[in-house]
Design a protein. Structure first.
Length: 276
């Protein structure tokens, strides 16, 4: 179950005892959203039974919601399997487009990717996750396909650690103390004290490099994007394979280009309008 769908279910349960005539909470709408959010990178395609179990609904109720979503174009059905369609991206488009970051960052990322011949991305922090808001894929190097809106754990990614480094120290310590750290590979930092040390190192040096902590064979290097107040509001990275580039070569070849690109994006954002 995804964090979002669990939160929706929790709020739904908390509302059950309130009188309906006084309660502005629309339970059926919340359940419909839980159907959408139960899909994830690990579970992009599911059967009716699997979905019903994940959102704690009867098969009949889950089927009604799914058929409604299919009719609206948000879900497709192939035999017994349901999956989200690209129309789901419309739900977040208004938010993403209002930021102005994606449209400003995209052309700069395209230039960056063409220079280094590797994929380049931009993300923002949402809770304990990063959310991709712009991306130029050169080649697929992860087992999971990354799209705009894809979420990844901040603690195990280079962009995530850059974004976490932008938090105030009390907020960062509070987040890490409550963080559920999953071990994705043998390289994943699972000690909260070591993770805090690593993020403080990132804060001091101004960039982060990740060596196969999220997935074997995947390396990335990231730098921050700043607003006018010199606050970290986003991060960009270059991702590559461990076979193609050593950590030393990434720092030597990619970091200067990343810093230059980040400075141009930050300058363009400052010229466009405040970003927060």
């Amino acid at each position: 179950m995804t964090k979002v769908s669990a939160e929706i279910r929790s709020k739904t349960a908390a509302k059950n005892d309130r009188p309906l005539e006084r309660d502005p909470f629309v339970q059926s709408f919340a359940r419909g959203l839980s159907i959408i959010t139960c899909f994830s990178a690990d579970n992009p395609v599911m059967t009716l039974s699997e979905i019903a179990e994940r959102v704690n609904l009867s098969r009949a109720a889950a089927r009604r919601f799914l058929l409604t979503l299919e009719n609206l174009g948000y879900v497709s059905l192939d035999g017994r399997n349901f999956q989200l369609t690209a129309k789901v991206l419309d739900l977040g488009y208004g938010y993403l487009s209002s930021l102005s970051l994606p449209e400003i960052a995209q052309p700069h990322l395209e230039v960056l990717a063409s220079k280094v011949h590797e994929s380049a991305s931009a993300s923002v922090l949402d809770g304990t996750d990063i959310v991709y808001v712009a991306r130029v894929p050169i080649r697929r190097i992860m087992s999971v396909k990354i799209n705009i809106g894809t979420r990844m754990p901040a603690h195990a990614t280079s962009m995530g650690r850059v974004l976490l480094a932008g938090l105030a120290t009390p907020d960062l310590k509070a987040m890490i103390s409550n963080l559920e750290i999953l071990k994705y590979t043998h390289n994943t930092i699972t000690s909260k004290s070591v993770l805090l040390q690593e993020i403080n190192k990132v804060k001091a040096q101004g960039w982060s490099i990740n060596d196969q902590e999220l997935e074997y064979g995947l390396r990335s290097i990231a730098v921050p994007i700043f607003n006018k107040a010199e606050e970290i509001i986003a991060s960009i990275n270059i991702s590559t394979t461990a076979q193609s580039n050593s950590l030393e070569s990434m720092e030597a070849m990619f970091l200067p280009e990343l810093k230059l690109t980040a400075r141009k994006i930050s300058d363009d954002l400052a010229s466009a309008r405040p970003f927060s």
